[in-house]
Design a protein around this ligand. Structure first.
Ligand SMILES: [Zn+2]
Ligand SMILES: [Zn+2]
Length: 297
């Protein structure tokens, strides 16, 4: 099985997801208390056992904290962050400094791919958000003897998107994407005007409509009908409703006539685990010669 993906928690109260390929698990952000992280990893049945790395999207406090960094340090889990995250984390967190001293901090670059484990690669995708350097990721799992290659895109916090982002997220099997707010609910929220403008602005968060438009554009750009799952992330508790977010996503996917499941992540409970990567015998391409499999892998 190329990938298993579970959102442990998503929203402004804390973000963490688990992506596994074979025995190698990666935490995407670690913005939960250690008690919540432990509880949710136990709930999904893995505990900490598969976790070998953690990957930080940006430095807002709903995506990391000292408790989760301490858990990484105790278990000698490698933390991947961008070089621009380092000064801020080093100033804010003594535990981050301990991770550095322990040789557990590695850096990813703004562009290019890096290898998490053999056959498991990650390509950072720069996003606009008011946290300095902010990234989404495109993960690729190589084909193995039983399953086709698989790709998963993940973008939790972004204020807007452009062609580069849509291109980076096209032709994936799973798209996990922020559907933060409904614009009308945001405007009627009674929040301070400055906060509303921040959320709606290009450095804030994606509305349901913006996310649906990005989803639709990734489908338009895709050369194959691979997308099977859309996972909606970072819904605002005050300014969105799951039914509105789902409605927006379904309107986008309906136009392409593909069967695409829509999952809505929440702050309260983990999502069901999505198994990503089609078995080769389901691809209706007949037996794959061994030489071709080797070439793919
Ligand atoms: Zn966030
Ligand atoms: Zn953020």
């Amino acid at each position: 099985m190329p990938f298993r993906f579970t959102v442990l928690a998503s929203g402004s109260s804390g973000n963490a997801s688990l992506l596994e390929r074979n025995e190698f698990g990666v935490l995407l952000d670690a913005g939960l208390s250690v008690r919540q992280l432990d509880a949710r990893l136990n709930l999904v049945g893995t505990g900490w056992t598969p976790i070998r790395a953690a990957l930080l999207t940006h430095t807002h406090s709903d995506h990391w904290n000292d408790q989760s960094f301490t858990a990484l340090l105790q278990r000698r889990v490698t933390l991947y962050c961008h070089p621009e995250h380092v000064p801020q984390l080093a100033e804010a967190s003594a535990v981050f400094q301990q991770l550095q001293w322990a040789g557990l901090v590695r850096h990813y670059a703004t562009t290019g791919r890096f290898c998490l484990s053999p056959g498991f690669e990650c390509a950072p995708v720069k996003l606009r958000h008011d946290s300095g350097a902010t990234f989404g990721f495109r993960f690729s799992a190589a084909a193995d003897e039983t399953h086709a290659a698989a790709d998963l895109a993940y973008a939790a916090d972004l204020g807007t998107w452009d062609d580069r982002v849509a291109q980076a997220f096209s032709d994936v099997d799973v798209l996990a994407l922020e559907f933060n707010h409904d614009v009308a609910l945001q405007r009627a929220s009674g929040r301070a005007a400055r906060l509303i403008e921040r959320v709606l602005g290009n450095e804030g968060h994606l509305s349901n409509e913006q996310a649906a438009a990005l989803l639709q554009e990734t489908l338009r750009l895709s050369r194959s009908a691979r997308l099977r799952h859309v996972v909606q992330l970072h819904l605002s508790r005050e300014c969105n409703r799951p039914d509105l977010a789902v409605q927006a996503a379904r309107a986008a996917t309906a136009r392409v006539g593909q069967s695409i499941a829509v999952h809505t992540a929440s702050a309260a409970v983990p999502t069901a685990t999505i198994e990503v990567g089609r078995p080769l015998d389901e691809l209706a391409i007949g037996p794959v010669p061994l030489v071709a499999r080797n070439a793919e892998g």
